[in-house]
Write a protein that binds this ligand. Structure first.
Ligand code: UT7
Length: 324
């Protein structure tokens, strides 16, 4: 049995935080942010709006697009690093809210690669007999962002994207998924406090260790190399060339990373889905939001060959090749 993406959906909180807003919060400028990252604005969850709230909205839209009832879902996977609670899994809250009474539910933690990792898990479960799996990437990055640190606070945003992965007997197919990790680079991006290594305490909070820390410049270089490597091996594994692609949907972290990858691959910009200017880096939500926008804008149609490429903390990197 093959697996395909039967429908997509996304949701972004209504509050918009612009670069001009950030100029009033830290020593930065709209010019620096746009030039170094390509970001103009990002969405921020309302007070009390949590990861599962965003995930449920995106999930409902994906189910509607796929014409699949929540009660027909076999499994719900939520890729996130900003779940509602340390436990239970956010996917269980989503399962309850959607009324997906027959679905197993769990979260998957692979930072910005979480969605592509979860897609590969869904693909494997469909191949072993499940019919419908809802895969959601949902993040409230604003909850782990240090709003006094200009190195990171200009980069991240909140949002959710979802796909329904279903059994397919037609031409639509997830052709392959490719997953990589290198834990020797775990310190490049991390939230050092609040876990079992350094449980929450007054000290953790005083030192602001509950927030994301990133060595941006080193991460940048590895990101470019890794995205190029995994794109080439994904195409080679399927006996395809860059020219065969209709659309590349990469993790939206930084426009300069993506331009460097496009240059190295010889991929023209009109074959790349870009929305980092409006959302910033939404971690696991980034690719499914971009995918949903591409579908709704008509940039992905039946028969399109689409490649996903993700990169993030861990470090991890991942890709998927999909015949729509
Ligand atoms: O999704 C997970 C994966 N994460 C990523 O892919 C992020 C990868 N890294 C990046 O996107 C970039 O490295 C950044 C956008 C984070 C930074 O850009 P950069 O060109 O690598 O800048 P840099 O870190 O080398 O810093 C250059 C300068 C520094 O000043 P000095 O030391 O040269 O005087 C920073 O202090 O820019 C300064 N700077 C800022 N200036 C104004 C850093 N952040 C800001 C800021 N506004 N927000």
């Amino acid at each position: 049995m093959k697996a395909c993406i039967a429908g997509t959906g996304s949701y972004a909180p209504t509050r918009v935080l612009t670069n001009a807003d950030l100029e009033r919060m830290v020593a930065t400028s709209d010019e620096w942010i746009q030039e170094r990252t390509g970001i103009r604005e990002r969405r921020i969850a309302a007070t009390g709006e949590a990861c599962s709230d965003l995930a449920v909205q995106a999930g409902k839209r994906a189910l509607a697009a796929a014409s699949v009832a929540a009660s027909d879902l076999d499994m719900i996977l939520v890729a996130t690093c900003t779940g509602d609670y340390p436990l239970p899994a956010t996917a269980c809250l989503v399962q309850h809210q959607l009324g997906a009474t027959h679905a197993a539910a769990c979260d998957l933690s692979a930072a910005c690669c979480g969605f592509v990792y979860a897609l590969s898990v869904a693909d494997a479960y469909i191949k072993s007999g499940m019919r419908h799996v809802l895969v959601i990437g949902s993040e409230v990055m604003s909850a782990i962002t240090d709003w006094t640190d200009r190195n990171t606070c200009v980069l991240f945003g909140d949002g959710a994207g979802a796909v329904v992965v279903s059994a397919s007997d037609g031409a639509q197919e997830i052709l392959s998924t490719h997953l990589r990790s290198d834990g020797t680079l775990c310190e490049l991006i991390m939230v050092p406090g609040g876990g079992s290594r350094m449980p929450p305490s007054e000290h953790v909070i005083a030192e602001r260790r509950q927030y994301i820390k990133m060595k941006g410049n080193e991460t940048f270089k590895v990101a470019v190399r890794s995205l190029e490597e995994i794109a080439r091996s994904t195409l080679a594994a399927n006996d395809l060339r860059v020219e065969d692609l209709d659309l590349y949907v990469p993790h939206q972290a930084n426009i300069r990373i993506l331009k460097a990858v496009m240059d190295r691959l010889g991929l023209p910009i009109d074959k790349v889905m870009l929305n980092v200017d409006r959302y910033g880096n939404t971690s696991a939500a980034s690719i499914p939001i971009a995918l949903d926008e591409a579908v709704r804008e008509g940039r992905i149609k039946k028969g399109s060959l689409v490649m996903l490429g993700a990169f993030g903390a861990g470090l991890t990197w991942a890709s998927a090749l999909i015949r729509w």
